[in-house]
Design a protein around this ligand. Structure first.
Ligand code: SF4
Ligand code: SF4
Length: 367
């Protein structure tokens, strides 16, 4: 069977896909509704997925609604991406303990590899993970915890059929269809899913399901749905490379205007699937005998993150917001050869005051 083969999985047989992955030793992590939002957690039954849910998103707004249909993936991303799995928000890296005669014994905390199958992952998040792989795997000092967690991942991607009003992955070139980085990819139709494999591992799972080939009508429906998902996106960025446009406008008055609204809460950086800044802290025992060294997510919006040798290099919100935007969309090109934005729109929805990165960029670059 060629990798490009497509097969049809009827909706009522979706459980067989989860069962096939579980049989192969994977813990399935998939979307489910919790506290009014779609979150990712362990899933064993297809009934746990967000069946019949649709999301309404806008600047500072996220709400789930009943859509009156049976689709499982008719929503755009919630706050979480793959990031919290591979790069946990708080992680002990090593411990140290005093020994005799002034010695100190160090013990690394190593993550055990776990076979995890992500169900329902979107194209933008696969693109974001590739950017994080650059940071944690492909630099001079690969991160052993990230590497261990990366080892046994299986991705069941879903092509977005219902982008949120905040999505602009078509403009960044990262969606709404997944083109690489998955083992299996699904396009959801009203009565089931069109499947294709991206790897031999995905191909083996698909073969095990013994599915019928897709009909021309199903293939046409997938193409039409993909085109509609692109044209449904109303937000965009003026260019995929805004490096010069932003660095030529470092004194633009819009930086002051956005700083008046920005709370420096850091939500945008916490939900951003590509942000990787972190702080390292010690958690010593009360008697000073031992300590645990932690890595925790940090944000360029905190005062501590810009504290260097006795001064804060970015003392106000204006310079911190400017740092976030000029790094994400500008100097990221120098570091990683592309923009740091995959157009997921999370920073727009989860900003408590509704600051919209696409609006700020348009105002600052004059587009
Ligand atoms: S900057 Fe905003 S839209 Fe872009 S990847 Fe980060 S959270 Fe998503
Ligand atoms: S832009 Fe919004 S989410 Fe980001 S720090 Fe400012 S107020 Fe918080």
């Amino acid at each position: 069977m060629a990798l490009a083969d497509t097969r049809f999985l009827p909706r009522e047989r979706f459980q067989t896909l989860l069962d096939a992955l579980i049989e192969r030793g994977f813990r399935c992590v998939g979307p489910q509704v919790r506290d009014g939002a779609v979150v990712y957690d362990t899933v064993t039954r297809s009934s746990e997925l967000p069946v019949g849910k649709h999301d309404m998103q806008g600047p500072g707004t996220y709400r789930l609604e009943d859509a009156g249909h049976e689709r499982m993936f008719a929503w755009a991303n919630g706050a979480q991406a793959i990031k919290p799995h591979l790069f946990p928000a708080r992680e002990p890296l090593w411990s140290a303990e005093r020994g005799g005669a002034g010695s100190i014994e160090f013990t690394p905390h190593s993550a055990a590899p776990e076979a995890v199958a992500f169900i329902g992952v979107r194209a933008c998040d696969l693109a974001a993970m590739q950017i994080q792989d650059h940071v944690f795997l492909h630099g001079p000092y690969p991160d052993p915890g990230y590497a261990a967690r990366s080892e046994a991942l299986f991705f069941v991607a879903v092509n977005c059929s219902h982008p949120a009003a905040t999505c602009f992955c078509a403009a960044t070139g990262d969606g709404p269809a997944a083109t690489h980085g998955y083992d299996l990819v699904l396009s959801e139709l009203d009565n089931g899913f069109v499947l294709s494999a991206g790897t031999e591992a995905g191909n083996a799972v698909m073969a095990q399901l013994e599915l019928d080939a897709t009909t021309p009508a199903q293939t046409q429906a997938v193409v039409a749905q993909g085109e509609a998902s692109i044209s449904a996106q109303t937000r965009s960025l003026p260019s995929r490379d805004l490096r010069d446009a932003l660095f030529n406008n470092l004194e633009h008055p819009r930086w002051d205007a956005v700083a008046e609204r920005c709370l420096a809460c850091g939500n945008c950086t916490m939900v951003c699937p590509t942000c990787f800044c972190h702080a390292e802290t010690e958690e010593p025992t009360l008697d000073g005998h031992a300590t645990t060294h932690l890595r925790e997510w940090d944000s360029c919006f905190t005062t501590g993150h810009s504290y260097i040798h006795g001064l804060q290099v970015r003392a106000d919100i204006r310079t911190r917001y400017r740092q976030w935007l000029t790094h994400k969309l500008g100097s990221w090109h120098d570091q990683f050869g592309r923009s740091g934005c995959v157009g997921c729109g999370r920073c727009i929805s989860w900003c408590p005051v509704g600051i919209d990165i696409t609006e700020e960029v348009a105002a600052i670059t004059g587009d």
